[in-house]
Design a protein around this ligand. Structure first.
Ligand SMILES: O=C(O)C(=O)C[C@]1(C(=O)O)C=C[C@@H](O)C=C1
Length: 344
């Protein structure tokens, strides 16, 4: 495949003659790049490494790229707040697919460096959080310098990289060592949790085609708290519980407007074309009109949701037909008093 004409679900076919363009947290060698390279056609596409998640998403919004690969959740550290915040505000975006990348870390340094020489270590903050146990044991007292990514920290240790980096070692993916064998590997497999996995999402503009339902799908939503009052969160959760929609992630994030104002970032099992999910969304729209739909897309682990018979598409269809038949026997009468969007 030559990267042309195939649009891989990130844009419609209108300008299918040019190659797809993807932004990702760079430089080459990050875990984010590994996630992107797993996308069919990405190796032949134009790949733009950028310095942060907000910069990647801004490039999507500005139409400079077709989609951006960004981390959203790590099995050890939890939600990636830079991503959760950047997709929740600003113009709308759509998640069109997800990718899972197993995470393993190496400690690297400039050629000729020994572990005993290391006083300061640099890496991405999420990576640092995943190697703290190893650091406490093997480099107690080492100072930490935050970097924009794991690979950015490692590459600044290469001979000829430029200014003095200000640290002796970096935590990065083994892929960086494959690309730069001149780096000294001081330790391998230093993650505190050997089974760590990061989930990434491919984010496009809102006119990207909705991925078809597969039966093993996920839907991502942003739900601002409509009112600061007792039971508001319960009312939101009820929309899912009463329709048999399972939540696989829920996080509260401050809106940044003022102290105490929060939104919920939520992943649920199922697709917009599942009747139970669509019905829950209608309920949410009523109790929380500024709910944001971020997309329905296939789960990377292909895990099929367990759905009780009374929450199946057929049960919703049958119930809607029953009510319609009952309504068909009478006059609807004058329009009910309408309080507009939001709770009465
Ligand atoms: O710095 C990188 O290599 C990234 O791709 C970012 C990132 C993250 O944001 O969580 C991705 C996966 C790892 O958990 C550590 C860092």
């Amino acid at each position: 495949m030559d990267g042309r004409r195939e649009t891989h679900g990130v844009r419609d076919g209108r300008d299918a003659d040019r190659p797809l363009r993807y932004a990702y947290l760079g430089p080459a060698g990050t875990f984010t790049e590994a996630a992107l390279l797993g996308v069919e056609g990405a190796r032949e596409a134009e790949r733009r490494p950028v310095s942060s998640v907000p910069v990647a998403l801004a490039a999507v919004r500005a139409g400079e790229v077709d989609a951006a690969m960004v981390p959203i959740e790590n099995s050890v550290e939890g939600g990636v707040t830079a991503t959760l915040d950047a997709v929740a505000t600003g113009s709308e975006l759509r998640i069109v697919r997800e990718a899972l990348v197993p995470i393993s870390f190496v400690l690297v340094a400039a050629p000729g460096t020994a572990l005993a020489d290391v006083r300061t270590v640099s890496t991405h903050s999420h990576a640092w959080a995943q190697v703290r146990g190893w650091m406490d044991e093997h480099l107690p007292g080492a100072d930490y310098v935050p970097a924009s990514s794991t690979a950015a920290a490692a590459l600044s240790l290469l001979p000829g990289a430029g200014a003095e980096p200000g640290f002796e070692a970096a935590v990065c993916s083994p892929v960086v060592v494959e690309q730069h064998p001149e780096l000294e590997v001081l330790a391998e497999d230093i993650g505190d949790n050997r089974a760590a996995v990061t989930r990434f999402v491919l984010v496009a503009r809102p006119d990207a085609p909705l991925p078809p339902r597969t039966g093993a799908d996920r839907t991502t939503l942003v739900i601002p708290l409509w009112e600061d009052r007792a039971g508001a969160l319960m009312e939101i959760l009820e929309q899912f519980a009463t329709r048999g929609v399972n939540l696989s992630r829920i996080e509260s994030r401050p809106t940044g407007n003022f102290l105490g104002e929060y939104f919920f970032s939520v992943d649920v099992d199922g697709h917009l074309h599942d009747a139970r999910v669509a019905d829950a969304l209608m309920g949410l729209r009523r109790v929380c009109p500024s709910t944001r739909f971020l997309g329905s897309y296939p789960r990377a682990d292909h895990k099929v949701a367990t759905v009780a018979r009374h929450h199946s598409d057929g049960a919703f269809r049958e119930a809607a037909a029953w009510v319609a038949a009952l309504q068909g026997h009478g006059d609807p009468g004058p329009a009910a008093a309408d309080g507009g969007p939001g709770p009465a």
